[in-house]
Design a protein around this ligand. Sequence first.
Ligand SMILES: [Ca+2]
Length: 228
Amino acid sequence: MSQVFHNYIESYIMKIKNKFYTFTCVISFIGLILININCGSKDDSGKGDYVVIDDFESYYDSEPGTVFNFWVDGIESNDVNNGSWIGHPSEPYMELEVVHSGMKSVPFDYYFENYTYSEVSIKSEDLEIGYDWSIYSPKYLTLWFHGCLENIPARMYVKINDSKVYYSGQENDLTKSKWKRWDTEITKFDIDFSNVKTFSIGFEESEEHPDALGQILFDDIRLYKSLK
Ligand SMILES: [Ca+2]
């Protein structure tokens, strides 16, 4: 019986440490026996001028992949002063209908009656971007948020390590049912970007709005080298 030699060519796109690589593989068979796989790669990271901190696509409904396992809210931290809940209370835990990009965004509920602040945090070691953000030479932190007409607004902030920057737009943006982009110059954070330990999003009560409460959706938290 003669042995037939076959080559198959397949291409794969893989994301490794926030860079996209295209692998083209030549897979060789003699008959049904695999004899060789030869793959080369091409770095596609130049396609974008940003790196992803979190796009919320990687979380799912079963452990250990739930968003609660990575983003720590008031319940997960057992902090009686922290009125924050991340994710929907029942499956699907991620928001699947109102998303900015991809298939998922994340809901964040804030609530101040009996609580003094509302904050969720994730460790940099749990993000693909890791702890050294300086290697990307970022100039801006951007994220997208989506409010709700029923929200009672609060002061929104992002925090890297212990350095907090407040939202500079109108608090009433939290009551608008549309996606809004929030850009923050990196220089406003007084931290060493080569040693990022935690990233947090939070809310504080403002004097105008005691007992604030509401739900905000978040998506596409990124670092940009420039804004176009
Ligand atoms: Ca997304």
